[in-house]
Design a protein around this ligand. Structure first.
Ligand code: 5AD
Length: 380
């Protein structure tokens, strides 16, 4: 069945091959091949079908639970939902609904990505950073952080430990520092020479296009660059003047253009963030189609402008992981260290909500506590 259904005047229509979703706050209409379902806030379901047996459904939904469950199914089937429904999934106090969202995401993850959790070896190679992001514990102006950069030999030693643990993916992460990033080129070439089949992921911030190209040429093939927030004003409130969302997004586009598997992501609950901002993040990612999505709760760090701000919510983080799994079934989504810092067992719980990647830290113990992005990180 195809066609247009108009239900009252405020109805929004989204047409997909199999499913038609019409959703505006309290009204949901789903059209699945031969079946038309109309749900209303009063709880009445009217179901029409060419097949008489389908007429058996006639349900009163006083508590709207079924209505909400259908939202999850619709997200799963169409990989999309209107803003109002996303808002409801993120904010609902219905614990059963939230659990169902996570279970559905886990189910989709198992089906699309398989049962294996992918392990990455994270090497925090340097905490020297030219940026002064207001949330970050290694921001340039934060005093009392002993700065370090691993030598080429130390990086190779880390890679060897990662490889010997059976992990085929190295993630080299560090503060934003273009000169130092350029200095990494021979090291990356050497890693590529030693481990031809490994994945080399970089997370080194915003760099000139030519440098991204040179790092790719040297053997790197993945890059993580969180966009942090899709809202330009919110972005400006988290970063010093001079840093711009446009520039961040331009970098992400360049990385994709160069053929990197590219990751985006944001902090959940960063100061000033609203649920609507999170929905803007989801919309931006729908547009950019990242291969990887990293999200974690904001956690304040002493000695930063946000030191007295509250942490983000682990529960919202988990719901977002689940929503992202349903929106981007193929994406690699880690259960992050920040989540585990806030929530004991968070990595496992993140996997249960639809994440499929875990990053294990291989930074030498002596330097690990200096990579102090947020409070409590070293305890993990
Ligand atoms: N809390 C949580 N995550 C943080 N990051 C930086 N500072 C914090 C913080 N205080 C995240 C940012 C960055 C990644 C490397 O770490 O999202 O992209």
């Amino acid at each position: 069945m195809t066609g247009l259904v108009i239900l009252r005047s405020e109805v929004l229509v989204i047409l997909r091959s199999e499913v038609l979703v019409i959703l505006r706050s309290e009204v949901l209409v789903i059209l699945r091949s031969k079946v038309l379902v109309i749900l209303r806030s009063e709880g009445l379901v009217i179901l029409r079908s060419e097949a008489t047996k389908d007429l058996l459904y006639f349900v009163f939904l006083r508590k709207m639970r079924k209505f909400r469950v259908i939202m999850i199914e619709t997200l799963k089937d169409t990989r999309n939902l209107p803003d109002s429904a996303l808002e409801e999934l993120l904010e609902s106090h219905d614990a059963t609904l939230a659990q169902r969202l996570k279970d559905t995401a886990r189910e989709v993850c198992l089906k699309v990505k398989g049962p294996e959790v992918l392990i990455r070896g994270l090497i925090e190679w340097s905490n020297v950073c030219r940026n002064d992001c207001l949330y970050c514990g290694i921001r340039r102006s934060r005093l009392g952080v002993p700065r370090y950069s691993l030598t080429a030999e130390q990086i190779q030693e880390c890679c060897e430990r990662v490889w010997n643990d059976g992990i085929p993916t190295f993630v080299l992460q560090g503060g934003e520092n273009p000169a130092a990033a350029e200095g990494l080129i021979p090291t990356i070439k050497e890693i590529r020479r030693r481990y031809p089949s490994a994945a080399i992921t970089l997370s080194l911030g915003e760099l000139p296009f030519e440098l991204y190209a040179a790092l790719k040429e040297a053997g790197a093939n993945r890059y993580l660059l969180r966009h942090e927030t899709a809202n330009p004003e919110h972005y400006a409130s988290l970063h010093p003047a001079g840093m711009r969302l446009d520039c961040r997004l331009a970098c992400i586009r360049e990385l994709k253009f160069l053929g990197y598997e590219t990751g985006m992501g944001m902090m959940v609950g960063s100061p000033g963030q609203t649920t609507l901002n999170l929905i803007e993040d989801l919309r931006l990612m729908q547009e950019m189609a990242p291969h990887m999505i990293g999200i974690g709760p904001f956690i304040p760090q002493d000695g930063t402008p946000f030191e007295n701000c509250p942490s983000g919510s682990a529960e919202t983080t988990l719901r977002l992981i689940a929503i992202m799994r349903l929106m981007f079934p193929e994406a690699n989504i880690p259960a992050t260290t920040a989540l585990a810092t806030l929530l004991p067992g968070g990595k496992q719980i993140g996997i249960q909500a639809g994440a499929n990647v875990i990053m294990n830290v291989y930074t030498p113990i002596t330097e690990r506590r200096k990579y102090s992005l947020y409070k409590g990180k070293t305890d993990v």
